[in-house]
Ligand binder design. Structure first.
Ligand SMILES: NC(=O)c1ccc[n+]([C@@H]2O[C@H](COP(=O)([O-])OP(=O)(O)OC[C@H]3O[C@@H](n4cnc5c(N)ncnc54)[C@H](O)[C@@H]3O)[C@@H](O)[C@H]2O)c1
Length: 265
């Protein structure tokens, strides 16, 4: 229950899905969490059990410590303000989780618009970049350094059909994770990425509700099930904790074995 006791963590995109689950888990492990998103209410169509409560309210109801700061991660000044607010409120920052992301799929590469490409790059690449950059500026001033957890995807590690704009953005986020690990390890800044396959959130609701897709997907996963947000949150807790202190620059697959075999969906 105290694996993150005393740590100060920012989670972007924390109103829904993975971000919400990570924020709740961090708080339950003793962290003070800066919950951040473009809107405070959970996305429609998600799988949150207590969707009437904001993430901050849910954390407070469980007697955790949380503070909401609105932030669109595509805007560098807003990300700088988010990090500034965390330091102003808590005196330092220990963990930055760059989770906010969007998905675009269903077209071949020649059919995607430049708007789809820009949207994926703005949130998934620039948003992650800004989060890393602003957190690192604080970490370099701290004797204790800091810890970055980027929520990437198996889409950042391999090709998938009909989602090229998403895959190239996640590929960039994966390589950013590696670059930063090389550049800042000596400054006590640890950087890792989490690479889930499809898990049940508002982002994948349409796929989950498509019974043909659901069957083909679960058939292709050796563990035979979708990921759950808690699976990702459990790994995010481990990576933020001192238990993982020698894990650095890694892109950890959390995919029920998907990437071991041919993905046929
Ligand atoms: N769900 C999956 O199957 C899956 C698999 C692999 C990776 N991912 C990645 O996990 C992360 C979280 O996805 P999710 O499934 O929880 O999605 P989600 O849609 O349920 O939640 C994403 C959250 O990010 C927020 N967000 C979107 N754009 C933002 C912006 N510009 N600034 C700040 N916040 C913004 C949304 O408001 C939302 O609350 C994303 O980076 C996604 O690419 C998801």
């Amino acid at each position: 229950m105290n694996r993150l006791q005393g740590k100060i963590a920012i989670v972007t995109g924390a109103s829904s899905g993975f971000g919400r689950s990570i924020a709740l888990s961090y708080a339950s492990e003793g962290a003070s969490v800066i919950v951040s998103d473009i809107h405070e209410t959970p996305n429609q169509g998600g799988f949150e059990g207590n969707a009437k409560l904001t993430t901050t309210a849910a954390i407070k109801e469980a007697r955790g410590n949380a503070h909401y700061v609105a932030c669109d991660v595509t805007q560098q000044d807003q990300v700088a303000n988010l990090v500034h607010e965390a330091v102003r409120a808590f005196g330092r920052l220990d963990v930055m989780v760059n989770n906010a992301g969007i998905y675009r799929a269903g077209k071949l590469a020649h059919e995607f618009s430049v708007e789809d490409l820009d949207a994926c790059f703005n949130v998934n690449v620039k948003g992650t970049w800004f989060g890393c950059q602003e957190a690192i500026k604080v970490f370099l001033r701290q004797v204790s350094g800091g810890n970055i957890v980027n929520i990437v995807s198996t889409a950042g590690l391999q090709g998938h059909p009909k989602q090229s704009v998403y895959n190239v953005s996640k590929g960039a986020a994966a390589n950013l994770t590696r670059c930063l690990a090389i550049e800042y390890g000596r400054n006590k800044v640890r950087v890792n990425g989490i690479c889930p396959t499809y898990a049940k959130t508002s982002l994948t609701r349409a796929l989950f509700d498509d019974k043909d897709f659901d069957k083909a997907f679960t058939d292709a996963i050796p563990l035979g099930r979708w990921g759950e947000v808690q699976d990702i949150a459990n790994l995010a807790v481990f990576l933020a904790s001192d238990e993982s202190s020698y894990i650095h620059g890694d892109l950890i697959r959390i995919d029920g074995g998907e990437t071991l075999c041919r993905f046929s969906v």
